[in-house]
Design a protein around this ligand. Structure first.
Ligand code: SAM
Ligand code: SF4
Length: 345
């Protein structure tokens, strides 16, 4: 496997014990945790129709997950996002969230949040609030029932909208994530924006990334967000704002709606220079970049040597974090074999 090591990686001493700083001087402050690779949907750009999921015995227990997350927090991580697969379909997920929320009480963790497809939000919204969650990202690519059924393969739009209503009523701030796809929902971007802003939600558009084998060729549906930006700018006032969520989105405020619109452009604009993120899978593998294979196991070091083993592994991981990624949508095959559900986006 080819890895992008910093120029002096072989001679470089391990980064300082307390903070997690990579070989390019970037501090890691944001951990995304895929708590399960399973999902109740099979979005066409994310999964294939027939997925083989991990055997349950390979998945970290909540004790192990919270031990690892806790160590990241002690070493400078201030934001944790639970994702998946669908985080809210993991059995007893609220027990994990309750454990992690203790770090919010202590003030070391500034934000505990999640990205969800919304299918279970009606059930969990108020418990999330009770456990200190203030914001959620809900993925929603279309407001048309038949298209929703087609893109998710097994989702029901009504259920997700009810989940969004419940989250809103519980007082959660909501950001809608929409993967922009040419020929599928490009005509719906503007209506989605008007709907989201009308409800007081932010909307973030995401460029489709070539991760994992899915049925069909992605290159036809790739839509550069620069194009969308320029089209909207012909009709609306797009005011640049400095709003930061700790993630890779760049935001504008839409003069006419007063709402925020974010653009996540992994394909057409490389945002790696300010990358502060790493991703933990539900088996304890740490991915240092969404677009590259650089990764390392944390489970065995933790099981064999406890926190000392974990610290050693984290120091090694910092040296493995690549400078950046570059995707090419013109290729027939995915840039990586790994599906988005493994690392959670
Ligand atoms: N199941 C949850 C959900 O859908 O929000 C969380 C996991 S999902 C993998 C996280 C985000 O990744 C979603 O917003 C989804 O739309 C996005 N995503 C999945 N596959 C993608 C791809 N190939 N390109 C761009 N975004 C993708
Ligand atoms: Fe499931 Fe989220 Fe992937 Fe859709 S994008 S299949 S909801 S993990």
């Amino acid at each position: 496997m080819k890895m992008d090591l910093p120029i002096n990686a072989t001679t470089q001493s391990a980064p300082h014990k307390t903070r997690l700083t990579d070989g390019f001087g970037r501090n890691v402050t944001y951990l995304r945790v895929s708590v399960t690779d399973r999902c109740d949907f099979r979005c066409t750009y994310c999964m294939s129709e027939n997925m083989t999921f991990l055997p349950k015995r390979d998945v970290l227990s909540f004790e192990e997950l919270s031990e690892i997350v806790g160590r990241f927090i002690q070493r400078g991580v201030t934001k944790v996002r639970l994702t998946g697969g669908e985080p809210l379909v993991r059995r007893d997920i609220m027990a994990l969230i309750a454990r992690l929320s203790k770090y919010l009480d202590g003030g070391q963790l500034k934000e505990l949040t999640l990205t969800t497809n919304g299918s279970q939000l009606a059930r969990y919204a108020s418990q999330l609030v009770d456990n200190g969650v203030r914001r959620v990202n809900v993925s929603l690519d279309t407001l048309e029932e038949d298209k929703f059924a087609r893109i998710t393969r097994r989702g029901r739009l009504k259920q997700v909208l009810a989940g969004i209503d419940a989250a809103d009523a519980a007082g959660l701030n909501i950001k809608i994530n929409m993967v922009a796809m040419r020929g599928f929902n490009d005509m719906e971007i503007e209506p989605m924006m008007v709907w989201a802003h009308g409800r007081g939600f932010d909307l973030t558009l995401i460029e489709e990334m070539p991760l994992g084998e899915v049925s069909g060729n992605r290159s036809g549906s790739f839509l550069p967000l620069r194009e969308v930006h320029d089209q909207l700018a012909g009709k609306y006032r797009l005011e640049k704002i400095e709003h930061k969520t700790g993630g890779p989105a760049r935001f504008v405020r839409i003069g006419e709606t007063g709402g925020r619109l974010g653009f996540i452009t992994p394909m057409s604009h490389i945002f790696c220079e300010s990358c502060n993120r790493v991703r933990l899978t539900c088996t304890g593998r740490l991915y240092l970049c969404l677009g590259k294979e650089n990764n390392l196991d944390l489970r065995e070091p933790l099981r064999q040597k406890g926190l000392a083993g974990l610290d050693e592994a984290l120091d090694k991981a910092m040296i493995l974090k690549p400078q950046g990624h570059d995707f090419d949508h013109s290729r027939k095959h995915p840039a990586l074999d790994r599906h988005m559900s493994v690392t959670g986006g």
